[in-house]
Design a protein around this ligand. Sequence first.
Ligand SMILES: [Zn+2]
Length: 66
Amino acid sequence: MELTNDAKQRYLKGRGTHCPFCGSEQIEGSHVEVDGGRAVQPIGCLICDKEWSDIYTLDDVVAGEG
Ligand SMILES: [Zn+2]
């Protein structure tokens, strides 16, 4: 399955709250895996059953527990 560039931009703009394939809010993320300043979270849509991964990058640091 592929994400069109439009769908991708919409998804990122909406901060990942809607399925990039069908637009549903019924999405569910699983465990986040962190690796060298990059984190990956697999997400699935409960409506259209598609899967994708959100990619996060390290962009800040604070002392203590934040
Ligand atoms: Zn969907």
